[in-house]
Design a protein around this ligand. Structure first.
Ligand SMILES: [Zn+2]
Length: 572
């Protein structure tokens, strides 16, 4: 970074960044010269504060919580407890206050642990034939209703296309068919060939399997099979194998509709299954690429009974707060999030390693948020609004910690100015860009653009919009309660590297290490780009915390209405 340039920039943006200090000085002295001196002093101290975001400290955090003795930080394990203890120690040392209204650091929540024992095989019959598929190689399956013996008997299999009901796009894959008690066979993703339909290649909530499971259950389906393909999922089948074995955690189901089971099947297996019905899978796909599509009963039935161990377990979100300095605004919050959990202990990889260390995912995010906390505490004066550092649990189990927080917020949603989420940092050096998941949705865009520009970088929207990342990390839970939410991700245009290098590095990590035991700390990782990204998050959060008004969703955004409601609720 160019120091002189930085100083100039700081002077330029001082009025906004350290508004509180500058105004106080003017009031005290009334002399411009004194104000300027004060501004320069403040600039130096703000710069000193941001210098607290160091590679050394982030490495320390990553090494610590991705070590084998944290056992991969699986929720409700000894490793989980150890991680939470570490976070509390760090936040205490940094000088934060406990984030819970009762003065504690943890927001515990109950989860239902559902451990579906691998069935021997899965048999389908029809058209005078029968076919049995192998667990693990051909399919992964989970009990869906939090009961110990979910089952279906002679349930008909129906190919229901994408399994989407979206009146705003004139789309209903469940029209003119009753799937009650049946097993629906579904394609992943949402229609992606037309920009006016389901946002083209950008994956919406409709394209996510959790939406498909819920919608199938609402329509009465007893079971769901999602056809796995790499393009439609965005990751290889291996990721489903490792993340769907052993206990799966969920929030208690309440009165939500649930199927007996949900499953994923390889495309090769599904090809055989539909051929038993005399159908060609590609022809079924072709038919489903159309709003006029009519679901196709395959004339195939299946029976399966699962043994499921159902248990109640507890984990916790861990939260600390830096109280704001403005008496009017301190009850409003900027909330930084990073999930502290990972997958725990699971199936061995080729090297016999069973610990899913989660160094990138998400020890790197935890390290960045803790480093930002240090920077905020080091400011000459706390920001006007309060800052919360929220480490959520059980993200890998379906954003459970952030969902729980959003349903039981310690600050009412209309008082949460923004959420900035970090999940997976840059390990490969400085980039010319930063990726902003959720770009184009809120007024926070202009801040991120400004601070990226100060680093000589550009902001890019999601580079893999077809994968629906906005709906796959914790900021989504905040967006759903109306909070303007930002998820900053590593850039892919690396300094002094050919243009395709970054994308290849990301693809390589996704295919070989993402959610694998090999996501382990590597001393060769270059964290300089991660520091840049964390600094942008720091400056952005600081500006939001000091601004007169809270950020807003762009007009017409999918989350604008719920925000306006939340703000109106504060006026009552
Ligand atoms: Zn993650």
């Amino acid at each position: 970074m160019n120091w002189t340039k930085r100083e100039q920039e700081l002077k330029f943006k001082l009025p906004m960044l350290v508004a509180g200090i500058a105004v106080t000085m003017v009031a005290c002295s009334g002399e411009e010269a004194t104000t300027e001196v004060a501004e320069q002093a403040a600039a130096t101290s703000v710069e000193n504060a941001v210098d607290q975001i160091t590679e050394e400290y982030i490495r320390e955090v990553m090494i610590e919580i991705s070590a084998d003795d944290y056992e991969g930080r699986g929720p409700a394990t000894a490793g989980d407890i150890k991680t939470r203890k570490f976070l509390i120690e760090q936040m205490t040392e940094i000088g934060l206050e406990p984030g819970m209204p009762d003065g504690s650091w943890e927001q515990p929540f109950e989860m239902v642990s559902v451990n579906t024992l691998p069935p021997e095989g899965w048999k389908f019959e029809g058209h005078g034939k029968s076919m049995t598929f192998d667990f693990y190689d051909d399919f992964m399956i989970n009990g869906d209703n939090q009961q110990s013996q979910p089952s279906v008997e002679n349930a008909e299999v129906v190919f229901a296309g994408y399994g989407i009901q979206a009146p705003e796009f004139g789309w209903d894959d469940y029209k003119n068919i009753d799937v009650t008690g049946k097993v629906v066979l579904l394609m992943n993703n949402d229609p992606d060939w037309d920009d006016d339909l389901f946002a083209g290649e950008t994956r919406l909530w409709y394209g996510r399997w959790d939406y498909k499971f819920l919608t199938a259950a609402k329509n009465g389906a007893a079971g769901v099979i999602i056809i796995h393909t790499i393009p439609s999922a965005g990751y290889p089948y291996q990721v489903l194998q490792t993340s769907n074995i052993g206990p799966q955690m969920e929030l208690p189901v309440g009165d939500e509709a649930r199927a007996q089971f949900t499953s994923f099947m390889t495309e090769d297996a599904v090809r055989e299954l539909v051929s038993m019905a005399g159908k060609d899978l590609d022809e079924l796909y072709e038919a489903a690429y159309n709003a006029d599509f009519q679901a196709v009963p395959l004339g195939v039935t299946t029976s399966i009974a699962l043994d499921v161990e159902v248990d109640s377990v507890t984990t916790a979100n861990v939260l600390g707060v830096l109280p704001g300095s403005d008496p009017e605004l301190k009850d409003e919050y900027v909330i930084y999030t990073a999930h502290h959990d990972h997958l725990g202990i699971g199936p061995a990889n080729d090297e016999g390693d069973t610990i899913y260390n989660g160094a990138m995912d998400n020890a790197s995010g935890v390290g960045q948020i803790l480093a930002m906390a240090k920077a905020f505490v080091a400011l000459p004066e706390a920001p006007r609004r309060s800052i919360m550092f929220l480490f959520v649990g059980a993200e890998e189990q379906g954003l459970l910690g952030s969902k729980w927080y959003a349903a039981n917020p310690t600050v009412s949603p209309g008082k949460i100015a923004a959420n900035l989420n970090y999940d997976g940092g840059n390990l490969h050096g400085p980039t010319n860009d930063i990726v902003y998941i959720g770009f184009g949705k809120t007024s926070i865009d202009e801040l991120v653009i400004e601070y990226a520009a100060e680093q000589g970088r550009v902001v890019k929207p999601d580079q893999f919009a077809d994968r629906g990342y906005f709906y796959r990390s914790d900021q989504f839970s905040f967006a759903k309660i109306g909070v303007p939410a930002v998820y900053l991700e590593p850039g892919t245009d690396f300094v002094d590297r050919p243009p395709e290098w970054g994308r290849q590095v990301v693809e390589n990590f996704t295919n070989n290490h993402y959610h694998q035991p090999s996501d382990e700390y590597d001393p060769n990782w270059n964290l300089s780009g991660m520091i840049d990204d964390a600094q942008i998050g720091f400056w952005t959060g600081l500006a939001v915390a000091n601004a007169d008004e809270m950020p807003t969703w762009n007009e017409g955004d999918e989350f604008e209405a719920v925000r306006l409601e939340a703000l109106a609720a504060e006026e009552d």
